[in-house]
Design a protein around this ligand. Structure first.
Ligand code: ATP
Ligand code: MG
Length: 299
C-alpha cells in the first residue's frame, strides 16, 4: 500500500516546484476502485473522530487551500461529512471584515482553532495572508515576508497545546481549472459558484503558483506538514486526503477514557431498578396497560 503521507508530504526546508508535480496522478486507481477505499477510510474516520471526542485530550486542525475550483468544497463534502457534527466544524475564511482587518492577521484564525476533542476544518486560512495578500499587494512585501515565520510560530503554539495539524494543497492544473469553470457554466445548479473574480484570479495563475510554492516550502514543518495532493481526479484527491487523515489519527494511539463510575456498582443499581420495575408492573398490571396503549397508539 502506498503511504500518501510520505509520498505527498513536503519535507521541511524543501523548495517546491509545482510544475514538476503531476496534478493528474491517480496511482493504479479508477473511480470505482478508489470509491471502495474512500468508503473504508471515511468509515474509519468517523470512528476515530468519535474516539477523539470521547478522549477529549487533543484536537485536529485540517487546512485546505487551492486555486479556485481546486476542490476544497468537494473534499469537505466527500471526506469530512462522515464525521459527527457534534465534534467537527468547518470555517470558511473570506475577505476579512472591518473588525477582522483591524486586528493582526492571526486573530480571526486563532478564535477558530479547535478545542480539545474537536476537529476544525479550514476552508482557506491564514495562508491567504501570504497568497492573495502577496499577489495583489494588499500589504507591503516586508510585511508578508515576515508572516512565514509568524505562521510557523503560531502553528507550533497550537501543536504544543495538543492540536494535530494537517495542511492540504489541492493541486489542479490550469486546464483542469478551465474544464471545471466550463462545467459551472453548463450546469445551472452550479451557476451560483461562478464569480467574476475566478477569471480575474486565473490571470494571476503564475503569481499564485509562486506564492503557493513559497508558502508550502517555508511553512511545511515536522509538526505541521503540508501535503500536495494531486487533485485533477476528484476521487483520487478524496482517497489520498482520507488515507492521510486516518493514518494521522491512528498514530495518536487514542483510547476511550476510563469510566468515572464503578461499572460493577452501576450494574447492580440497574438490576435493582429492573427488578423494581418488574414488581411494579406485575402488581398493578401496568405492563399490559402500556402494551395496549401502544397498540392503540399505533393503530
Ligand atoms: P471558495 O472560492 O473558497 O470556494 P467562495 O467562492 O464561497 O469560496 P469567495 O468570496 O470566492 O467565496 O472566496 C473567498 C475570497 O476571500 C477569496 O477570493 C480569498 O482570496 C479571499 N480572502 C480570504 N482570506 C483573505 C485575506 N486574509 N485577505 C484578503 N482576501 C482574503
Ligand atoms: Mg470562489
Amino acid at each position: 500500500m502506498v503511504k500518501y503521507s510520505d509520498k505527498f508530504r513536503v519535507e521541511e526546508g524543501n523548495t517546491v516546484r509545482l510544475d514538476k508535480i503531476d496534478a493528474g496522478f491517480k496511482n493504479k486507481y479508477d473511480q470505482t476502485s478508489a470509491q471502495v477505499e474512500i468508503e473504508r477510510y471515511t468509515k474509519r474516520l468517523r470512528e476515530l473522530q468519535y474516539l477523539l471526542y470521547a478522549e477529549g485530550k487533543r484536537s485536529l486542525l485540517i487546512i485546505l487551500q487551492a486555486m479556485d475550483a481546486g476542490g476544497k468544497d468537494g473534499t469537505i463534502n466527500h471526506v469530512f461529512s462522515s464525521m459527527n457534527p457534534q465534534g467537527a466544524r468547518v470555517y470558511g475564511f473570506k475577505v476579512p471584515s472591518a473588525e477582522e482587518a483591524s486586528h493582526d492577521f492571526l486573530w480571526r484564525i486563532h478564535q477558530a482553532a479547535p478545542q480539545r476533542g474537536q476537529v476544525a476544518i479550514f476552508n482557506r486560512s491564514h495562508y491567504e495572508d501570504v497568497l492573495v495578500s502577496r499577489v495583489h499587494d494588499l500589504v507591503p512585501r516586508k510585511v508578508w515576508k515576515k508572516r512565514f515565520e509568524l505562521i510557523n510560530d503560531f502553528e507550533k503554539n497550537l501543536v504544543e497545546s495538543g492540536t494535530h495539524i494537517l495542511k492540504f494543497y489541492l493541486h489542479i492544473s490550469a486546464d483542469e481549472q478551465l474544464r471545471r469553470f466550463k462545467q459551472r457554466i453548463d450546469d445551472p445548479a452550479r451557476h451560483w459558484k461562478i464569480s467574476e473574480s475566478d477569471y480575474k484570479e486565473r490571470e494571476h495563475w503564475d503569481d499564485y503558483t509562486k506564492a503557493f510554492e513559497d508558502a508550502l516550502g517555508r511553512c511545511s514543518t515536522k509538526h505541521a506538514p503540508w501535503f500536495i495532493i494531486p487533485a485533477n481526479h476528484k476521487w483520487f484527491r478524496n482517497l489520498a486526503v482520507s488515507q492521510i487523515v486516518v493514518e494521522a489519527l491512528e498514530s495518536l494511539k487514542m483510547e476511550f477514557p476510563a469510566s468515572s463510575v464503578d461499572i460493577k456498582e452501576i450494574r447492580e443499581k440497574y438490576h435493582k431498578a429492573e427488578e423494581e420495575e418488574a414488581a411494579k408492573n406485575g402488581k398493578n398490571g401496568k405492563k399490559t396497560e402500556r402494551k395496549n396503549s401502544n397498540k392503540a397508539g399505533l393503530a
